[in-house]
Design a protein around this ligand. Sequence first.
Ligand SMILES: Nc1ncnc2c1ncn2[C@@H]1O[C@H](COP(=O)(O)OP(=O)(O)OP(=O)(O)O)[C@@H](O)[C@H]1O
Ligand SMILES: [Mg+2]
Length: 465
Amino acid sequence: MKRSITVRLVAMFALAALLIFSLIGSALYGVLRRELARHQQDELNTRYLDTSYMIGHNGDPARWPRVQAKLDTLSPADGSIRYWVLSDDTRFQYGKGLAEIEQLDRNPNGMGIMMLHGREYPLHTMIGTIEPFQDRPAVRLIVAVDAAPYMHTLHAFMTALVGLSLLGVLLVMLLGYWIAQVGLRPLKQLSSAAQSLGPRTLSQRLQISPLPGELSDLTIAFNGALERMEGAYNQLEAFNADVAHELRTPLANLIGETQVALSRQRTAPQFEEVLQSNLEELERLRSIINDMLFLARADQGEAATSLVRTSIALEIDKTVEFFEFVLDDLKMAVTVAGDVNAEASIETSLFKRAMSNLLHNAIQHSNPGAAIAVTITQQPTAIQIAVSNPGKPIAEHHLPRLFDRFYRVDAARNDTNQSQLHGHGLGLAIVKAIAKMHGGGVFADSVDGMTTIGFSIPAGDAITP
Ligand SMILES: Nc1ncnc2c1ncn2[C@@H]1O[C@H](COP(=O)(O)OP(=O)(O)OP(=O)(O)O)[C@@H](O)[C@H]1O
Ligand SMILES: [Mg+2]
C-alpha cells in the first residue's frame, strides 16, 4: 500500500494527543490523590481531637453512657467512621471487641491502617492514649475512617479520565484528518492540473499563484521540465515533417522516372540510363538517411570518443586535398592561415567531415576564381576554425538558423533541380553536431561580401558535452 500523507498525519496527531492527555491526566490524578489523602487525614485528626477532648474531660463512670451515646451519634450507620475506646476498666469502654482491634491496640500511637475482614478497602486509623482523669484510668482511643469513598472518587476520576482521553484522541484524529485534507488540497489541485496535461496541451503550464510556497518550487521545476519537453516535442514534430518532406521529393522523382520509362517500349541503353539516374536518386536518399541517423545519435548525447591530439592545420590540408580537382576546375584556391601550429584532441574522421561540409558550402556559394580562406585562431580555451568565401551577403536573421536541420536560405525545397543543386540542408547541422560532440560550438557571419562560417573545439582535452 502506498504511504499516505493523510494517514501519517492522522497517526502523528493521535500520538501527540495521546501523549499530551496522558501527561495531563497523570498529573491531575496525582494532585487529586494527594488532596484526597490530605482531606482524609484532616478528617481523622479533627475527629480524633474532638473525641479525645470529650473523653479526656470525662472521669465519671456515671456520665460514661453519655459519652457512649455521643460516640454512637458520631458513628454513621454505613460504618465509614468508627470509634473504639479500649480500657482494662470495663466501665470505660466503647466499641465491639474485634480481633483486628486487639491487634491494633498493640501498635504505637499515631496513624495506621487496618484491614477489616470482608471490606474491599482498608480503614485509616488514628490511635492515641488518653491520660487518666478522676476515676478513669488511662484509655486508648481509636478512630477509623473508611478509605472506600475516597477510593471510589479516585476510581471514578480515573475512569472518566481514560474515557475522555480516548474520546479526545478520536476527536483529534478526526480533526487531524480534516486538517490534512484541507492542507493537502493544493496538492490535489496540482495533481489534477498535471493530469490534464497531454501532448495536445503541451504549451499549458501549471498555475503557481494560488499555491503555497512549499509547492511553488516544485511547480516551477515541473513547469521547467514541461518547457524543455515542449521544446523537444516541437523540434521532433518539425523534424518529422521535414523528414517526410525531404524524402518525398526524391521518391516522387524515382516514381516519375520509372513510370515514364515503363510507359512505352525502351531499348536496353535507355533503361540503363534511367536506372543510372534512379541510382543517383537512391544514393541521395541513402545519404539523407545516413545524415539523419548521425544527427539522431549526436542528439542522444553521443560524444567524440577516439580522440587523438593532432595538428589542426594538417587535418585541414588533408581535407582540402579531396577538393583538389573541383577547385582546379573552378579556378578556386583555398588558403590555410592563422595559428597553423595549433593542436587539439579531435576525432579526425569527424573533424574532416565538418571541414568538408564547410568547404563544400564555400565552393558552392562563391563564383569561379574566388579565394577561400580557412583561418585557425588559437584562443585561451578553444580553437576556432573559420571558412570564409566571397559571396552574396546572408541576411542577419538567417545566420543563427543556418545550423538548423533542413534550413536553407533560398528555401527552394520544392524545386527539384534547385534541391539537387543545393544539397538537403543537413551539412551545417552536422558541423554543429560534430562541434558539440567535441564540446565546442559554431558561428556564422556575413559582412562586406564575405561569408564566414566555422566552429570551435576546446583547446585542451575535449570536454564531453
Ligand atoms: N558559404 C556559404 N555562403 C552562403 N550561404 C551559405 C554558405 N554555407 C551555407 N549557406 C546557406 O546555409 C544553408 C544551409 O547549409 P547546409 O550546408 O546545412 O545545407 P546545404 O548546403 O543546403 O545542403 P547539404 O550541405 O546538406 O548538402 C544553405 O542552404 C545556404 O543557404
Ligand atoms: Mg552544405
